[in-house]
Design a protein around this ligand. Structure first.
Ligand code: OAD
Length: 255
């Protein structure tokens, strides 16, 4: 039996026995939906400078350019559909009483795939925020962010809107972090999945190593794994293939 097959089998055993599941996702889970990742071959940070487009300084320098970049990405994300990995996680959301997805993604594909318990750590490309009042607006439904750049805020007085996205140098939304930490403190999950992330960001690494040290069964799903010894099992391959396989190994009779 190959390494992946053996790890699939061990993970399926753990999953079947678990009462709760924690899932941490990154750009790789949406790769099979056609959304580009940030790092690696074809990654966005190969072609664009993160500090120009995803930082408060970049926005202060050229807000229209930053909006153009996010508007283009939003158009592409609108065409993207949730893939088999998003749908498998949505089924687990229904199956487990204790369940949480913490995502670094801003594309909303977990929710569109049917998951309900999702914490967005880096904000959402579907929301805009007033730079003066901090009020949030749903893009398209409440505000138009394409006709005039940078888009004016409904608050008036020359205020503008910014994407409701966490940029480099900014802190994570405190409610999102609190929700994840509450879930950790309750200790009602035995298995954690780390899917499609290069774990390049410090707080992500801290969470993963904290879970591993606490004895949680950590499963990495990534064609190019990076967690090394922190992972109890490594499913080296695309999430859209491996998560449905894992699901049918764990519950062979389920639809
Ligand atoms: P990265 O682009 O850093 O990493 C994507 C990971 O997904 C890589 O490890 C790939 O090997 C893996 N991958 C690719 N295809 C996959 C597939 N089909 N199935 C599973 N995994 C696959 O993206 P993130 O780790 O999400 O922040 O990056 C974290 C943050 O850094 C992002 O939220 C963004 C970025 O800069 C901001 O914009 C502030």
């Amino acid at each position: 039996m190959s390494g992946v097959e053996e790890d699939l089998r061990r993970t399926a055993d753990q999953l079947r026995r678990a009462t709760g599941v924690f899932v941490l996702t990154g750009a790789g889970i949406s790769a099979e939906s056609g959304v580009p990742t940030f790092r690696g071959a074809g990654g966005l940070w190969r072609r664009f400078r993160a500090e120009d487009l995803a930082s408060p300084e970049g926005f202060a320098r050229d807000p229209a350019l930053v909006w153009e970049w996010y508007n283009e990405r939003r158009r592409a994300m609108r065409e993207a559909r949730p893939n088999a990995a998003h749908r498998t996680l949505a089924r687990w959301d229904e199956r487990f009483s204790d369940f949480l997805i913490a995502t670094q993604n801003i594309d909303g594909l977990h929710q569109r795939g049917g998951a309900r318990r999702v914490v967005e750590l880096h904000g959402s490309i579907w929301r805009a925020r007033c730079t003066k009042t901090g009020k949030l607006f749903r893009i398209d439904e409440e505000v138009d962010v394409e006709s005039t750049l940078p888009p004016p805020s409904p608050a008036g007085g020359g205020a503008i809107l910014r994407p409701d996205i966490v940029w480099f140098g900014e802190t994570l939304p405190p409610q999102a972090v609190a929700q994840v930490e509450r879930f950790f403190d309750e200790e009602r999950f035995q298995i954690a999945f780390v899917i499609g992330t290069s774990a390049a960001i410090g707080y992500i690494q801290v969470w993963i190593y904290t879970l591993a040290r606490a004895g949680v069964f950590v499963v990495e799903v990534n064609p190019d794994p990076c967690l090394g010894g922190a992972a109890s099992a490594t499913l080296a391959g695309p999430a859209g293939e491996l998560l449905p396989r894992l699901d049918s190994l764990a519950w062979p009779c389920a639809e």
